[in-house]
Design a binder for this molecule. Structure first.
Ligand code: PEP
Length: 248
């Protein structure tokens, strides 16, 4: 099954209105890369100006609350980010799991809320270094998928991202064999949960993807794109990843 590649960026708690100028060249590269989807998740405050500046580029949120509205001071709902111009959101990122104590059940509820509001979802999973060293990477990822993927997930609105926590922002990546193995396991788990719809769900790899390693990582079987943190902050670093995806 041929799935369009998706290259998604995640600015995390970085960026400013001035930094939005980086999106001009990223949007231009996205337009030229005909066979590739490109998306950028930015801090809540930058969603509206980013969406206005580059209407052709999919702009998203990095998180949403699991409720549609209510007494949740400081939180932002999926409907709110949609209204601001977001077309997707990341949920279950490992930094939220580590910093805010979010669980796979939280990611499930956030994915469901985002879908209710008409957002595409990129749901993250991935093991810690200790879990990998203990030989538990596969079981951890399978359990995360089982607890966080909504029953009605399909490729029209749902994308999974495998991001080993120890590879995020470290410059280290798993071997291509290890990536292929986890992505195959993830696909099989999705098939158990959602049947044939699993074949259309994109599974991204995330963790220290750069312009230098993108061609290798994106060519791995069942790797349908990349979720990119640090290298998404500038066009200079992000555009080569889009171009690598377009060449495959
Ligand atoms: C991420 O935070 O999702 C990520 C993959 O970060 P980096 O590319 O910087 O490793």
């Amino acid at each position: 099954m041929a799935r369009r590649k998706l290259v998604a960026g995640n600015w995390k708690m970085n960026g400013s209105r001035a930094a939005l100028a980086e999106l001009d060249a990223i949007a231009a590269a996205a337009k030229s890369a005909k066979g590739v989807d490109v998306a950028m998740a930015v801090p809540f405050t930058l969603i509206a100006p980013a969406a206005e500046r580059v209407p052709g580029l999919a702009i998203g949120a990095e998180d949403v609350h699991d409720r549609d509205s209510g007494a949740h001071t400081g939180c932002v709902s999926a409907g709110m980010v949609k209204e601001a111009g977001a077309s997707f959101t990341i949920v279950g990122h490992s930094e939220r799991r580590a910093d805010q104590g979010e669980t796979s059940q939280d990611a499930w509820a956030k994915a469901a809320a985002a879908h209710r509001s008409g957002l595409h979802v990129i749901l993250c999973c991935g093991e810690t270094e200790a879990e990998r060293n203990a030989g538990r990477a596969e079981r951890v990822v399978q359990a995360q998928i089982e607890k966080s993927v909504p029953d009605n997930a399909d490729g029209s609105w749902f994308t999974l991202a495998y991001e080993p926590r120890w590879a995020i922002g470290t410059g280290r990546t798993p071997t291509v064999e290890d990536i292929a193995s986890i992505h195959a396991i993830a696909r099989a788990k999705l098939r158990m949960l959602i049947g044939d719809a699993a074949d259309e769900v994109r599974i991204l790899y995330g963790g220290s993807v750069t312009g230098e390693n993108a061609a290798t990582l994106l060519a791995v079987e069942n790797v349908d794109g990349a979720l990119v943190g640090g290298a998404s902050l500038t066009a200079e670093k992000f555009v080569p990843i889009i171009e690598a995806a377009a060449r495959l």
